[in-house]
Design a protein around this ligand. Structure first.
Ligand code: CU
Length: 123
């Protein structure tokens, strides 16, 4: 049964190496992407003011806590639906500094018009 043990040992070394490689990939992507988690509900986004760095990819991760909402930021040319109970990811690279308002563009009730926020892109 010696070879069986040696095989198990080799397999656990390989698993350990794989875990280190995967962790390394995540560490690199964490440095090169700005991930922002945003929740949406009637009639607000949280957070509603988001500051990001110009030229660095941004991943917005939306979760709706109640119903279908939308996210529309015309100044940055990005939009998505935000269906409830799942994470919706939107990736973009901000190319110019400024303040860009966004709003919900799926009518969600009385108060929908006030469902707004801003993305602030810093140089
Ligand atoms: Cu809404």
């Amino acid at each position: 049964m010696r070879s069986g043990k040696a095989g198990l040992f080799a397999a656990s070394i390989m698993v350990a190496v794989c875990i280190m490689l995967i962790a390394g990939v995540f560490a690199v992507s964490a440095e090169t992407e700005q991930v922002v988690q945003i929740t949406a509900k009637r009639f607000e986004y949280s957070p509603k003011d988001i500051t990001v760095k110009m030229g660095v990819p941004v991943v917005l991760e939306f979760t709706s806590l109640d119903r279908l909402h939308g996210f529309n930021c015309p100044g940055l040319g990005i939009r998505t639906d935000i269906p409830p109970k799942e994470v919706t990811r939107l990736r973009f690279v901000p190319q110019s500094a400024g303040t860009f308002p966004f709003h919900c563009d799926n009518f969600c009730g009385d108060g929908h018009e006030g469902m707004t926020g801003t993305i602030i892109v810093k140089e």
